[in-house]
Design a protein around this ligand. Structure first.
Ligand SMILES: [Zn+2]
Length: 872
């Protein structure tokens, strides 16, 4: 719950902890302050970013925003882009200064007039402050002449494009940069004569004048600032009409095979997605036009700019070599971005604390669309494997966060992103649909989209609509699933037997010992001694729930359709018999569940699970499941076996992996097994064999190894001090084989982290104290993984205290995902009590530590704390 975005009358209730449903049901848009005629509202401080307080105050005071932008883009990317900007808006109260957001150097601002009057530029802490004396109640117009800020313009030699999510519109021009001040944009772009251009609205006019061309776009629909977009440059433009809708596609692809094979599916996938969304929502495509652009090396897979979606070109253009995964990923991506036109673009979150909502609905719809547009999409299996291990990986820890989190300043929106948003939220949404039934759920979504069309809504606004359509208590449901972290643990008993009537009684308790309940459904398979089978659905809406079954079961397998969330009980014989389950989804859910049970102990020990998985490596036929299984095998081997146990179990495991690889007919599965063999190899036999493969560059039959694979193999051998110190070291030899300069640089960076002598590794670690030493974050995390490899920990554990001390600086200087990946790569494979003590000492010494970083530290050290108990 985000208290500052509630209607004002409710705020005090929230502060008193007395929030009631009636408050949540009022959309913020209707909560307007009465016009103030008495005391002047307190002047807001001018602070960096876009604070929630500023956003709330502006929403109450400002409306009817329109931007008129004229940009002149010179042919050379080093020359500045001149901008003339008119911002028009209605103001209720003109007695305090008004802040426009602009995060660029003050020198970029040339002149400012407000309502025709020249005004001195007051630019500080990322805001252009308009003085109260120049403003009036009602319509105001500010005209600013400036040079565009460059940070988010992505300028290349012959094209540029904007990417302004979440708060980057303010890095280009002055803007009220918050999602609930939607505005129209009227854009004119002057570009080199040979360039194409696309923006949110249709082109009205384009005129050539010498070496330049001016594109004038129509006034856009009313959109949030993070969705404003244009792209211009040397693009090819293709237009087609499908199902009566004209679409244009801008791209820079030149490979004739890729064009021949990709253009039809690209247009068709968009047409299919639009048709599905119109049908599902009951709302015709809600904007003026629909175009899309393929951009080389685009930062994300795609971005849902209104009427002008941007994509990473390599995801759209596929050739004959495309794998099934790639074809599915493209269909999913196109469906995801198209679904955003309704979820996110038509109805937008009030504030970025609800950013998870648009993402979860785009994924939810994309899954539905892809099931229709791609045959055999393996949706249920992919859902289990993609979402459950990642969600549990955070939710089982003491640092778990809720799906919905507060956000005090838009500049910190990055801290909200993580595995809970991406992986627990889709699980929650699927449960919600199941709880309500698909028809009621769809009807609720239709009402939500219709009610808030072209406006903004919060998650509580949607929950209020859905709540009216189900007898279930959605407010309570929401509280535990969305507003709180954590998961339930289940147990069961079998009752009955008189007159052949039996029941299975399932009980849930919160893993953290609280008395919370997670209302949900899941499916259970019961099997009798004579081989009868029955699948029953448990509707778990209470602490204990009984369900009738047809016979006395010999074995019970929980969560066989993979939709339940929590730790389920496992029968003692299940680890050894999991591969006999027919359904690949049931096997996937069981592998996940076995691993969670092992982590929670004590019934299944790591050693016992690894023993049970050895034959499964040969028997598991499904490639996606084999990926899950081999990942678990490596994790158990290195994190939850003692060094002595590894030496004892390693030889048999190596043999099984090699045999499984030779037997498996599928090349991708063979490679997975080979990589796992490489990961666990401890015996001299295995290392000699790997060395020969590397040396002769001869992959095992049926396995295709690329240059990157040989580099990984050389690194795996180097961390094992193989070959012996007297021989020629392997990494310089691998470096000599690599021609590509980027890949050479990466290996050169990693080499000191793997050096055989401790002094070189000490020096490498010391270099990470300097920001320059951490510039390529993906290289740093790879290097840390080798530096702290279990075989090197005797000499590396001493780096832990300094690694924790660096965390705050890493957050300040690095990308949003770096603090967690730094911690994960550093702590992820320790298992000693002394390492655990280092983390505890650090936490105790910093009682007032940044709560988000503290949570990340607890997340990343969860396996370490568990290993203390499990490794014995
Ligand atoms: Zn998205």
């Amino acid at each position: 719950m985000n208290k500052n975005l509630l209607p004002y009358g409710c705020t005090w209730l929230v502060l008193l902890g007395l929030l009631v449903t009636a408050c949540q049901r009022q959309p913020v848009a209707t909560a307007v302050m009465p016009p103030s005629t008495k005391a002047t509202a307190p002047e807001l401080p001018v602070e960096k970013g876009v604070s929630e307080a500023l956003a709330v105050a502006r929403k109450q005071n400002v409306s009817g925003v329109a931007y008129n932008l004229s940009l002149t883009v010179p042919p050379r990317k080093t020359e500045p882009i001149d901008v003339i900007e008119l911002v028009s808006f209605n103001l209720r109260d003109n007695r305090t200064p008004l802040q426009l957001d602009f995060k660029a150097p003050t020198e970029h601002l040339h002149s400012l007039t407000v309502n025709g009057q020249t005004v001195t530029i007051d630019h500080r802490n990322e805001h252009l402050v308009l003085p109260a004396s120049a403003l009036k109640p009602g319509r105001n117009v500010a005209e600013i002449r400036l040079i565009a800020g460059e940070q988010s313009l992505n300028r290349n030699d012959d094209y540029l494009y904007t990417l302004l999510v979440p708060d980057r519109a303010r890095t280009v021009f002055q803007v009220f940069d918050q999602p609930n001040l939607k505005a129209t944009f009227k854009l004119a772009l002057t570009v080199p004569a040979s360039w194409q251009a696309v923006a949110n609205a249709p082109v009205r006019d384009s005129t050539l004048s010498g070496a330049t061309k001016q594109y004038t776009f129509a006034t856009s629909d009313s959109i949030s600032t993070y969705l404003f977009s244009f792209a211009a440059g040397k693009f090819s433009r293709l237009s087609r009409t499908l199902n009566g809708r004209a679409m244009s596609f801008l791209h820079r692809e030149t490979d004739p095979a890729k064009l021949r094979l990709s253009l039809d599916p690209i247009f068709q996938l968009h047409a299919d997605a639009l048709a599905f969304m119109e049908q599902y929502t009951g709302i015709k495509y809600p904007f003026q036009k629909f175009d899309f652009t393929a951009i080389p090396d685009f930062q994300y897979g795609g971005m849902e700019h209104v009427g002008a979606i941007d994509y990473k070109a390599s995801t759209l253009f596929l050739d004959e070599g495309a794998t099934r995964d790639q074809v599915l990923a493209r269909a999913n991506l196109v469906s995801h971005e198209t679904a955003h036109m309704w979820f996110g673009d038509l109805v937008t979150m009030q504030w970025f604390n609800d950013v998870w909502m648009k993402e979860v609905f785009a994924n939810f719809m994309a899954d539905k669309i892809t099931q229709v547009s791609v045959k055999n999409a393996s949706y249920d299996l992919k859902f289990v494997i993609d979402h459950y291990p990642a969600a549990y990986g955070i939710d089982r820890t003491a640092g778990a966060n809720s799906i919905r989190q507060p956000l005090a300043n838009l500049q910190d929106a990055g801290s909200l992103y993580g595995n809970i948003i991406y992986h627990k939220a889709p699980i929650m949404m699927r449960q919600l649909e199941r709880l309500m039934g698909p028809e009621a759920f769809q009807a609720g979504l239709r009402e939500y989209l219709k009610t808030y069309a072209h406006g903004n809504a919060t998650w509580p606004d949607l929950i209020a609509i859905l709540d009216a359509r189900t007898p279930a208590d959605l407010q309570a449901w929401n509280q535990v699933w969305v507003n709180q972290p954590g998961r339930p643990v289940f147990s069961y008993r079998i009752s009955g037997g008189h007159d052949q009537r039996y029941g299975i009684y399932v009980t849930q308790t919160a893993e953290d010992g609280s008395d919370r309940l997670w209302p949900q459904e899941f499916d259970v398979l019961v099997e009798s001694a004579s081989g009868e089978k029955q699948q029953v659905t448990v509707k778990m809406d209470d602490q204990e729930k009984g369900t009738r079954i047809a016979f006395l079961p010999k074995r019970v397998v929980f969560n066989v359709t993979g939709i339940g969330y929590g730790v389920f009980p496992v029968a003692p014989e299940l680890p050894a018999t999991v591969t006999q389950l027919e359904s690949p989804v049931a096997r996937a859910a069981t592998y996940v569940n076995l691993y969670e049970n092992m982590l929670n102990g004590p019934a299944i020990t790591p050693r016992a699970l690894l023993e049970a998985y050895r034959p499964a490596l040969i028997r598991e036929p499904e490639e996606l499941n084999l990926k899950l299984l081999t990942g678990q095998v490596s994790a158990i081997f290195w994190q939850f076996l003692s060094p002595a146990q590894r030496l004892a179990m390693g030889p048999a495991l190596e043999k099984d992996l090699w045999a499984a690889m030779l037997k498996n007919p599928a090349p991708n599965a063979r490679k997975l097994l080979f990589k796992t063999y490489q990961s666990v190899a401890l015996t001299k036999t295995a290392q000699d064999r790997l060395y020969r493969i590397w040396q002769t560059e001869t992959a095992p039959t049926g396995v295709k190894l690329t240059e990157d694979d040989y580099t990984a193999l050389a690194l795996a051998l180097a961390v094992r001090d193989y070959p012996a110190p007297a021989s020629a070291p392997i990494l310089p030899a691998q470096l000599a084989r690599i021609k590509n300069p980027d890949r050479r640089q990466r290996l050169q960076y990693l080499m000191p982290a793997l050096a055989p002598d401790v002094a070189t590794r000490d020096a490498f670690f010391a270099s990470l104290h300097d920001k320059a030493g951490r510039a390529k974050e993906a290289w740093v995390t790879a290097a840390l993984g080798y530096l702290h490899h279990p075989l090197r920990q005797a000499s590396s554990e001493k780096y832990l205290p300094a690694s924790l001390d660096l965390l705050q600086e890493i957050q300040l200087t690095g990308d949003i995902f770096f603090p967690y990946s730094w911690l994960q790569a550093t702590l992820g494979s320790y298992q000693t009590p002394t390492a655990a003590a280092t983390v505890r000492t650090f936490l105790a010494a910093h009682p007032d530590y940044n709560p988000q970083l503290r949570a990340k530290l607890l997340q990343a050290s969860d396996d370490l704390f568990r290993a203390e108990k499990l490794v014995r």
